[in-house]
Design a protein around this ligand. Structure first.
Ligand SMILES: Cc1ncc(C[n+]2csc(CCOP(=O)(O)OP(=O)(O)O)c2C)c(N)n1
Ligand code: SF4
Length: 514
């Protein structure tokens, strides 16, 4: 910490005691005893970026470094390091996880309070910190912060207000002050055109739920000590489960402001604090009316998975999966049951103890727009649900066949809902099976069951999942008995079709691939 800003002459007593620690030591007689050692909450070595082993990526004099230090020391002193999850934003502090030896999550621009909400709710004993710049929090993430505060989420938000977008080169932020120049307000902010600066602390203090809101400034040692206390208090409030705590930290950005570090600190005090007064805006335990809790049911019960899977026994669990993973793309028109077919497959996969994922993609049209979904079935954890190169393509129409056939891995399978391939279609390295699924379903009583015919064909052709599992899933999911009966028959018909194809050795393509 620098000691250049002159503290007020009246700052005797406690504050001065603390300030004294920062007087440049006399190293000539080896009398120097380091007091400001690195907090154990920081990594010993910043290894994530090889060229920055001992220093941060922040510019000299940047307030982020000071804010990090105060937070790290508070976590250390309060013994919270092991319980802490730090949510870093998009902005200059995007790499906070380079430095803090705690749980780290880096989220999309402005979304930190939403991510922090999810983390805190799923781990109420964790100390969850949302650390955000003013562009991040007060511009793109306005909704997230307002609603997290309004819900009284028991998280702590550190809001670093440097009155500008730092990372992207100095555009106007919601906190840019009247008359302040930026790359997007080179004439200086004009309220008549750009509006007034937003006062986030005051704005959030208008809400019922927050427990603690304070604005501090990293302008000089005295105020840095106040910031230190505010940061501690905010974390203590979270530790004690009292509610939402928020500290707005006015912070120097020498680089964008075009000032040296000392001038920049002075500027915080002289120019920012008149616009953003330092104050404790809220410090009370919010009163929450007692409400009756909704009945809690285990997730497995809500999803109707675990118990029923056991009830439907044997063939399902025992099915031999002769693969490490299978990637399937199912494509067609909206209304053909494309997405549902994918959902049924992953439900089956779960019942058979596989890792599964399902990623839908569809247009705005409810019917007849194109729709497809990506399905992964795997014995191992799935890295990404996106299927760029499927092992199997289920093409419910010609459009999908033409659109996705080239993506299939060599030796993969296409199951095409059609009597024969279009004359000009040629896919030499994949196995194509044409199934007149719509026709079969129609004869069984409902064209809606086309997707079930395709499911039967898929199960028989690839043997990726057990038909018994398919039946048990259908029994649970299809509530109308007459439809269930048609679906059962459709499933069987799809399997039979593939069996018969194999029997007669049908050829769909000139090169010998069936
Ligand atoms: C969705 C989205 N929009 C815009 C950007 C570009 N962007 C990256 S950082 C940033 C501004 C960050 O400024 P601030 O939150 O004030 O943090 P600082 O860099 O000053 O610490 C912007 C606009 C982005 N990465 N993502
Ligand atoms: S641009 Fe500003 S906020 Fe970003 S690291 Fe540099 S001084 Fe800090």
């Amino acid at each position: 910490m620098a000691n250049e800003i002159v503290t007020e002459p009246e700052s005797k007593s406690k504050v001065e005691t603390e300030v004294k620690l920062e007087v440049t030591p006399d190293l000539s007689n080896n009398a120097y005893e380091p007091i400001h050692s690195r907090s154990s909450v920081f990594y010993d070595l910043y290894e994530r970026k090889s060229e920055l082993k001992h220093q941060t990526h922040y510019c000299p004099g940047c307030g982020h470094g000071v804010a990090h230090k105060l937070i790290a020391e508070a976590l250390q002193d309060l013994g919270l390091q092991e319980r802490t999850i730090f949510v870093s934003p998009v902005g200059c502090s995007v790499f906070a996880y380079y430095y803090f030896d705690v749980g780290n999550v880096q989220v999309a621009h402005g979304r930190a309070p939403a991510a922090a909400t999810a983390i805190k709710r799923s781990g109420p004993d964790k100390i969850v910190i949302s650390y955000q710049g003013d562009g991040d929090l007060a511009a793109i993430g306005t909704a997230e912060i307002v609603h997290a505060a309004n819900r009284g989420e028991k998280i702590t938000v550190f809001f670093v207000n440097n009155a500008i977008y730092g990372m992207t080169g100095g555009q106007m932020a919601p906190t840019t002050m009247v008359g302040q120049k930026s790359t997007t307000s080179p004439w200086g902010r004009r309220p008549s055109n750009e509006g007034f600066p937003i006062h986030m602390a005051e704005l959030l203090a208008a809400l019922e739920a927050p427990a603690y809101i304070e604005r501090v400034a990293l302008s000089d040692n005295k105020n840095i000590m106040k910031a230190r206390r505010a940061i501690r208090k905010a974390l203590e409030i979270q530790r004690d489960g009292l509610g939402f705590s928020f500290v707005e930290i006015l912070s120097p950005c020498p680089t964008i402001w075009g000032k040296d570090p000392i001038e920049a600190r002075r500027w915080v005090l002289e120019k920012m604090t008149p616009t953003f007064p330092l104050n404790v805006f809220r410090d009370r335990k919010p009163e929450m009316p007692v409400c009756s809790e909704p009945p809690q049911r285990p997730v497995a019960e809500v999803l109707e998975i675990a118990p029923k899977a056991e009830a439907h026994d044997d063939s399902t669990a025992k099915h031999a999966h002769r693969f490490r993973d299978v990637k399937i793309k199912i494509a067609g028109f909206g209304g053909q049951g494309v997405l549902l077919l994918g959902q049924l497959l992953i439900e089956m996969g779960m019942r058979e103890g596989l890792e599964v994922s399902w990623l839908p993609s569809y247009g705005p049209e409810m019917r007849s727009g194109s729709a497809h979904c990506h399905v992964c079935l795997s014995k191992e954890r799935i890295g990404s649900p996106l299927v760029s190169h499927p092992d199997v393509l289920v093409a419910m129409n010609e459009f999908s066949l033409r659109k996705f056939a080239h993506e299939i891995v060599s030796g993969g399978v296409v199951l095409y809902n059609g009597e024969s391939l279009p004359a000009d279609f040629y896919a030499p390295e994949v196995q194509v099976v044409c199934i007149p699924a719509a026709e079969i379903a129609d004869k069984l009583g409902s064209t809606k069951a086309t997707n079930m015919v395709m499911m039967g064909a898929l199960l028989e052709e690839t043997e990726c999942l057990a038909p018994g599992t398919a039946l048990s899933v259908l029994e649970d999911k299809v509530k109308k008995l007459d439809l269930l009966e048609i679906d059962r028959k459709a499933l069987a018909a799809g399997r039979l079709f593939i069996d018969e194809q194999a029997h007669i050795g049908a050829i769909s393509q000139p090169d010998g691939f069936a």
